[in-house]
Design a protein around this ligand. Structure first.
Ligand SMILES: [Zn+2]
Length: 462
């Protein structure tokens, strides 16, 4: 942004303020990390309240006029809004979670997990990176803007305390508070960078449909010497059914599986090729020397932007030491499909059922259950908030940010899309080596500082 105008001067002032108050942001982060808000530990219930109150206090100091704590069956949800920018400006809904993973195994920590300690350029402590550091970065950026002028956008916060235990009460809250949460997009900084030199925006997440298939043959386990050759073995049947779920080109054969899959645009494929994630990377991560998958797609496309079907577990017959000549009565498989836009997990359930109806022999009985279902999500790369984030990251790091899809799922993103019609900008400043969920979790402070600068720009460019 080289043209000199009042906006540029205003931005420069906010960036300067953020820079000058970096120590203050770090002290605030330390005080939040000191609260052991471990969501899966029932004895931490008062700590969850403390962390929620800490956030409420910060938001009040920032001038948020409506700051509320909503009790749920689990940890409280903090909501806040500041709509002073006016109806002509967009409203950003900022999502975050203030809970953390347990710190065990404690003996592997070099400093106490809830006594934050700076060593060199790193701040050590549980939650420093995932994601208290990300929340404090947003608060620091907003504070810098608020201290140097009017806030350029309308803001809402939704901060939950149960992300690390699967957000059991969040969906119901979102559905019952749709009007309160209405906004133009979601900023979700619970997402990381590919490396400290590569600011990254995640714009797509896969959904999931998780199944169990049970095949039953005889009414009890049989002697394979007496009945083998006349009784159709359920283990064999299940293996044949599973083998038929992919064709020779690595494509999933469930009827209609690809019908709703949105094709990858050429521009998108070009962006994915820029990622430093290639065959060498996947070799180092897996120990595999050769790879499998759908023909016509690169590894990163197969792993993040194409749907898959995987066997997660198989169980049948005798699996102990030595030998036992049994013809098992039943066989079971756990199977999950990762889904991309615009697939629907319940539609995939129907497709798997149809496949089994068409292919299972009449010599056995079968049943299938759906264990869990989650929708895929994607944010349009032309969305104005994505554009603003791209520009903010580029102006901060001096290089065009990477955009990537994630092979896994972040349910809150799909939930925001489904229930509120909101797209999410997933851009945070954690690094792969931060050790989220592991002992010695750390935050890279220079990246944290850059993150604050990038967020100041982002809110301004909106
Ligand atoms: Zn997180």
């Amino acid at each position: 942004m080289s043209n000199i105008n009042p906006d540029a001067a205003r931005l420069a002032a906010a960036l300067q303020y953020a820079h000058d108050h970096q120590d203050q942001a770090l002290e605030e982060l330390k005080s939040l990390v000191r609260i052991p808000s471990i969501s899966n530990d029932k004895s931490c219930k008062p700590e969850m309240e403390r962390a929620a109150h800490w956030l409420i206090e910060q938001l009040q100091q920032l001038g948020f006029h409506k700051v509320q704590m909503f009790q749920t069956a689990g940890a409280p949800i903090v909501y806040a809004e500041l709509l002073t920018a006016g109806p002509n400006k967009p409203t950003a809904l900022i999502y975050g979670h203030y809970d953390v993973q347990p710190a065990e195994p404690l003996e592997l920590w070099e400093s106490l997990p809830f006594e934050p300690e700076v060593r060199g350029e790193l701040l050590f402590g549980r939650g420093a990176s995932d994601m208290k550091g990300q929340i404090v970065a947003v608060l620091a950026a907003l504070n810098a803007l608020a201290q140097t002028g009017d806030l350029p956008v309308n803001l809402k916060f939704l901060l939950e305390g149960e992300e690390e235990v699967g957000s059991p009460n969040l969906d119901a809250f979102i559905i019952s508070h749709a009007e309160l949460l209405s906004s133009d997009f979601v900023l979700n900084p619970d997402s990381g960078m590919v490396s400290q030199d590569h600011p990254t925006i995640t714009y797509g997440l896969r959904g999931i449909a998780y199944f169990e298939i049970r095949v039953t043959g005889p009414d009890h386990d049989l002697h394979s010497g007496i009945f083998g050759g006349i009784v159709h073995n359920p283990a064999q049947v299940l293996c044949e059914l599973i083998a038929g779920m992919h064709d020779a080109a690595g494509r999933v054969t469930l009827p209609g599986f690809y019908d709703q899959v949105r094709p990858l645009e050429d521009s998108e494929r070009a962006e994915l090729r820029r990622l430093p994630i290639n065959e060498v990377y996947y070799r180092s991560q897996t120990g595999c020397s050769e790879f499998f998958g759908e023909e016509g797609y690169t590894l990163i496309e197969r792993a993040t932007a194409r749907p898959t079907l995987e066997v997660n577990g198989l169980l049948s017959g005798f699996t102990g030491e030595g030998s036992k000549t049994v013809l098992p009565a039943r066989a079971m498989a756990k199977i999950s499909a990762r889904l991309v836009p615009d697939q629907d997990p319940y539609e995939v359930q129907r497709q798997l059922s149809q496949y089994l109806h068409e292919h299972a022999p009449s010599t056995v009985r079968w049943e299938m259950t759906l264990h869990s279902a989650g929708y895929p999500s994607i944010t349009d790369l032309d969305h104005f908030a994505i554009k603003a984030m791209q520009q903010a990251l580029e102006d901060t790091w001096g290089s065009r940010p990477l955009v990537k899809r994630e092979g896994g799922s972040i349910p809150v993103v799909a939930s925001m899309q489904k229930h509120l019609g909101l797209e999410s900008v997933l851009a945070g400043f954690s690094l792969p080596e931060d050790g989220a969920h592991a002992p010695n979790e750390r935050l890279h402070l220079p990246t944290f500082e850059r993150g604050v600068q990038a967020l100041v720009r982002f809110f301004t460019y909106l």
